[in-house]
Design a protein around this ligand. Structure first.
Ligand code: SF4
Ligand code: SF4
Length: 432
């Protein structure tokens, strides 16, 4: 007797059924009556050929291992230089802010930067992405310039990214960024009233006008910034608000940041469900206007359409290293052990003078292997090939172990996967 492949998950909507294979990402859309009449003694060839229905000898573990993606690589490609813990804003949700209660800041020196470049040379000899991050990295612009200059002198194969709040960007700085082919990420959470209720300076003044000015300056110099929209209590009921600005600035897209669990503002599970519902409504608008939201949905939608796994949700899973201002080196910038508030386990166990390949260090090896395919509690999940494992920092901070599920991504995927399956159906009319 045949039976449904245990990796098939069933999604229902108004007289229609979608059979979704969680490992191959193929979907079969059926009318409910056709689904009800599937014969398990003599199944249709299409059901057998596409492994929706399998025979008595089916071995689940073997099938899982056969479909585990082979393209995993343990090569590092991204280096974060945290130029300073200081910031000229005091965003109310910030997780860096929670670590800076006594307002001591640390700033990267040229010596630390130089040692960081040696580390870069050894670990990422080709095609490195060097990310300047903080705090606000332009508060230490001289060391940023030092690093760029030294990369040229050392003939390092690196391209530069800076993640900034935009407040210090002038036409001169924008020219410098254009000349050195920087990618620029700017944080903006929505229109003025929304953005300015959360992204404020020391005197509670909003930052919208200055961010808008920075975007204009950058675009005048030919730099198209990527916008990061952090979701929190100021925009959770209207995440689509940012879309108006993306259209106004004629940008191709943007990315949402989900609320950080170690930030100043927390969400209950019920509140997160509402946030995700609104997020999905906003994503429907994104698809309609042919924009790209590249941090939450687009990457998964693309994987779904192209039938390949979205394996890792962030570069911390073995692809990056992070150097703090004081020269500690770790895997994840979200776990940065600021000198004012160290956590018990942060995976910052070496410093910038460490002279062996990081990919052979136990911390990097452990993080490299963290994909849902290696996490038994994910094996029966319909989202195993699309979730990318979410955020290991969340798992560590809530469950003391990166090998537990990140419940936030599970909650997101529970709502996002059915939307993906039916949005694809609606766009392609791929009825059986
Ligand atoms: S593990 Fe989480 S906090 Fe760390 S880099 Fe990845 S997404 Fe960011
Ligand atoms: S982390 Fe959650 S959503 Fe992702 S595969 Fe595991 S159980 Fe599924």
């Amino acid at each position: 007797m045949y039976h449904l492949n245990p990796f098939i998950h069933i999604f229902k909507r108004k007289g229609k059924i979608a059979l979704y294979n969680a490992l191959t990402l193929s979907t079969l859309y059926l009318k409910k009556a056709d689904y009800d009449s599937i014969s398990f003694s003599n199944p249709a060839k299409e059901l057998l050929d596409n492994e929706f229905v399998v025979g008595p000898d089916f071995d689940s573990l073997n099938y899982l291992s056969e479909h585990k993606p082979k393209e995993l690589t343990d090569e590092l490609s991204v280096a974060y230089f945290l130029l300073t813990s200081g910031c000229n804003l005091r965003c109310r949700y910030c997780f860096v802010e929670t670590r800076m209660n006594n307002h001591k800041t640390s700033v990267m020196s040229e010596e630390t930067a130089e040692a960081g470049l040696r580390m870069l040379q050894m670990n990422i000899p080709k095609d490195a992405t060097l990310v300047f991050y903080g705090g606000e990295p332009f508060l230490n612009f001289s060391v940023m310039q030092y690093i760029v200059r030294r990369c040229r002198e050392l003939e390092l194969d690196a391209h530069f990214v800076v993640v900034t709040n935009g407040l210090l960007i002038t036409p001169e700085i924008a020219s410098y960024l254009a000349d050195n082919k920087f990618e620029v990420g700017i944080s903006l959470d929505g229109e003025k009233g929304i953005n300015d209720s959360m992204r404020v300076d020391y005197e509670n003044q909003g930052s919208f006008d200055e961010i808008e000015k920075a975007i204009t300056i950058l675009m005048d110099k030919g730099i198209v910034p990527s916008i990061s929209c952090t979701l929190s209590k100021h925009n959770w009921e209207n995440p689509g608000n940012i879309i108006n600005l993306i259209k106004k600035y004629q940008l191709p897209g943007f990315g949402y940041n989900l609320p950080a669990i170690n930030g100043n503002i927390r969400f209950s599970k019920e509140e997160r469900a509402i946030l995700i519902k609104h997020l999905i409504e906003a994503e429907t608008e994104v698809v309609k206007h042919r924009l790209i939201e590249d941090k939450v949905v687009d990457r998964r939608l693309k994987s779904f359409v192209e039938h390949h796994s979205w394996l890792k949700d962030c570069a911390a899973y073995g692809q990056q290293f992070v150097i703090t201002p004081k020269g500690k080196v770790g895997v994840c910038h979200g776990l940065w052990p600021d000198e004012t508030n160290g956590e018990s386990k942060t995976y910052y166990s070496v410093d910038v003078t460490y002279d062996k390949p990081l990919r052979e260090h136990p911390d990097w090896k452990e993080w490299f292997n963290r994909t849902p395919y290696n996490m038994p509690e994910c094996w029966s999940c319909p989202s195993i090939a699309l979730c990318g494992g979410g955020c290991a920092k969340n798992s560590l901070l809530t469950k003391s172990n990166i090998w537990n599920k990140d419940e936030d991504i599970c909650q997101l995927m529970e709502q996002l996967l059915p939307w993906t399956i039916w949005t694809y159906y609606d766009l392609t009319k791929n009825a059986y």
